[in-house]
Design a protein around this ligand. Structure first.
Ligand SMILES: Cc1cc2nc3c(=O)[nH]c(=O)nc-3n(C[C@H](O)[C@H](O)[C@H](O)COP(=O)(O)OP(=O)(O)OC[C@H]3O[C@@H](n4cnc5c(N)ncnc54)[C@H](O)[C@@H]3O)c2cc1C
Length: 416
């Protein structure tokens, strides 16, 4: 019997377990998956909880529901990997041997890494929405908030779902308007980036959407600390942004056990080949999803496309053949923009988000880099696709590699 061990039963780990259980011979291969609890969170849902669109019940389910027969699910915390001995120690003292290891333990918000973030104002006037608890607490705070300075803040890149804080700002603006109190609230978006987003065409477009909504942009802001007494973000270049309600995205980091095992970079991400997701150091180790250091967005869609490549490559590898699949960094993300509308962006390592139609040229029905009702409906429908199609590892009718079909390249956005 050979052992495939998957660490993390989140988006990537669950898909891999489902897909490979169908394709690996049960007499030859044991598959084990480890996670610290039995609650699978649909993380994109955290964005909607503060606005009452979703309830907790709609975004959390038992992990068991999504893991097939023939996969051993171990509920335990990973303590350390010993890559030389090909074994993993759990914090409860057990140890698991592997022939092949997939690290799919994602990335986690770390408010403890910014001085003052976890100070006396934490969950009083400082909130996050990158955790279920944070998002629920923010829902209560937003209900009571009726005037003052609302600041949406990104600590440092990379973060998972890099568009989520922008979406939060757009949704908050529309929510305040609906409540008839928009003119009593000053909205500011604070980011370490030079503009609203990472990629030039998208950054320009999303920046103009902030302008239209009278959300001021404080860019190149590297936060040094949060002053709880003054209720202000303080940057290394001594700028201060005061707030009455702060919605922050803390520094995101890979799991601490990756660092303890000597297998991570400075943010605990596992260095891997960006096309095969194979560890640069250990041929029998892969990091799939947010846990790896590939220069793609940390997003569920990226995890999904990467899993498709990984699974075929893995079968080639164990069959003694060279891995022929090459992941292109494909990301496909809906961006909520408020008022029942949204945008869609589709890009990869080499091509930035461009305008156009998706998935079919001219027909769409979805618009790229343009607000539409269909994109909002697509974003909400995605929750059902996630639970019923994606996680169980069923085929999704979307190309794994990014396609240029339907995308409009102008001389302007090509130059950028
Ligand atoms: C607010 C928000 C909005 C988002 N919106 C979108 C969106 O619209 N579109 C999109 O594509 N993506 C979105 N994402 C990102 C998406 O949820 C993640 O990128 C995706 O879940 C990554 O999958 P993963 O398998 O790498 O990690 P995860 O799904 O996070 O799974 C990691 C698993 O590892 C486990 N784990 C970690 N450490 C240990 C340990 N020491 N021992 C045992 N288990 C451990 C965790 O419990 C977890 O279950 C959003 C994320 C957030 C927070």
């Amino acid at each position: 019997m050979r052992n495939l061990l998957i660490l993390g039963a989140g988006t990537a780990g669950t898909m891999i377990a489902n897909k490979l259980r169908r394709r690996l011979d049960r007499d030859d291969w044991q598959i084990t998956i480890v996670d610290q609890d039995d609650r699978h969170h649909y993380q994109p849902g955290y964005l909607f909880l503060p606005f009452g669109t979703y309830t907790e019940k709609q975004v959390v389910r038992s992990r068991h529901t999504f893991l097939p027969d023939g996969v051993d699910f171990v509920v335990a915390e990973v303590d350390r990997i010993d890559p030389e001995a090909s074994s993993v120690a759990l914090t409860d003292g057990r140890s698991l041997a592997y022939d092949y290891l997939v690290i799919a333990t994602g990335t986690t918000p770390r408010p403890d890494q910014t001085p003052g973030m976890l100070g006396p104002e934490w969950r009083k006037s400082i909130f996050d929405f990158y955790t279920l608890e944070g998002s629920k607490a923010l829902a209560e705070a937003l209900k009571d908030f009726d005037h003052g300075r609302l600041v949406v803040h990104v600590t440092e890149m990379p973060i998972k779902c890099p568009v989520a804080p922008l979406e939060f700002a757009f949704l908050a603006e529309s929510y305040l308007r609906e409540r008839g109190i928009r003119d009593r609230v000053e909205l500011t978006y604070v980011t370490p980036l030079p503009g609203a987003f990472t990629k030039p065409a998208a950054s320009e477009h999303l920046g103009s959407m902030l302008d239209e909504r009278k959300i001021s942009l404080e860019s190149d802001f590297m936060v040094e600390s949060i002053d709880n007494e003054k209720k202000a973000l303080v940057s290394y270049d001594e700028r201060e942004v005061p707030f009455d309600l702060l919605v922050t995205v803390p520094l995101n980091m890979g799991a601490d056990f990756v660092a303890r095992s000597g297998m991570g970079d400075e943010l605990n991400y596992v260095p891997v080949d960006k096309h095969t997701l194979q560890s640069k150091k250990y041929a029998n180790v892969f990091a799939v999803g947010d846990a790896g250091d590939i220069p793609a967005s940390k997003a569920g869609s990226v995890a999904h496309f990467a899993v498709e490549i990984f699974v075929d490559n893995f079968l080639e590898l164990i069959g003694g053949r060279p891995m022929t699949g090459s992941f292109d960094g494909h990301a496909n993300c809906f961006i909520e923009s408020g008022d029942g509308k949204g945008l869609l962006i589709d890009f990869n390592y080499d091509t930035e988000p461009l305008p156009g139609k998706f998935p079919l040229p001219k027909v769409g029905p979805l618009d790229l880099l343009k607000e539409s009702r269909a994109n909002h409906v697509g974003k909400l429908a995605f929750r059902h696709i996630y639970w019923n199609v994606l996680l169980p590892g069923r085929p999704v009718p979307l190309p794994t590699h990014m396609s240029m079909a339907g995308k409009v390249t102008t001389s302007t956005n090509q130059e950028k």
